[in-house]
Ligand binder design. Structure first.
Ligand code: CMP
Length: 142
């Protein structure tokens, strides 16, 4: 199934300010289909592990603190060429650099509080989807 699914997270800034519905509608309009989703409040350990690749970066502590500041919404999304397609749809990390019409241009506050996460490779999509969901939950909607 690699190649046709990816993992997104509607982050605490966007979820907490009531933008989840608009973001999901935007993505569905672009042809993404929800395979699995839940609302959860990440623990420090979960956020730290999810973003472990950024452990040495200066923003790591702040990122973990932000991601545990409120509820978020991990979602497995299906579409052809899902990883690249979602990264195009959400726009650059920094909303100031994001193209018009992208999720981050429309809904993000800053480089850190940037509304949404997207996997950056098929390998990470598989790892990140399994971080939040059992294989059976992902397969149930397929
Ligand atoms: P995301 O796509 O979830 O991947 C890593 C996250 O770290 C990123 O979105 C931002 O939320 C955050 N991030 C990346 N670069 C910076 C930065 N320079 N300063 C603060 N946060 C950052």
């Amino acid at each position: 199934m690699a190649g046709n699914y990816t993992l997104t997270i509607i982050k605490p800034d966007a979820f907490g300010s009531g933008k989840a519905g608009k973001i999901i509608a935007h993505l569905e309009q672009q042809g993404f289909r929800i395979l699995a989703s839940r609302v959860m409040h990440l623990t420090q350990a979960q956020a730290g592990e999810f973003y472990a690749v950024h452990r040495e970066r200066p923003f790591y502590g702040s990122l973990v603190s932000f991601m545990t500041s409120g509820s978020c919404m991990p979602i497995v999304l299906e579409k052809a060429d899902a990883v690249a397609s979602l990264r195009t749809a959400i726009g650059a990390t920094d909303p100031a650099q994001a193209d018009a019409g992208t999720v981050r241009k429309l809904y993000a506050e800053s480089k850190e509080r940037n509304a949404i996460h997207a996997s950056d490779s098929d390998e990470n999509a598989a790892r990140e989807a399994r971080f939040f969901f059992a294989e059976s939950e992902i397969l149930a909607a397929r």
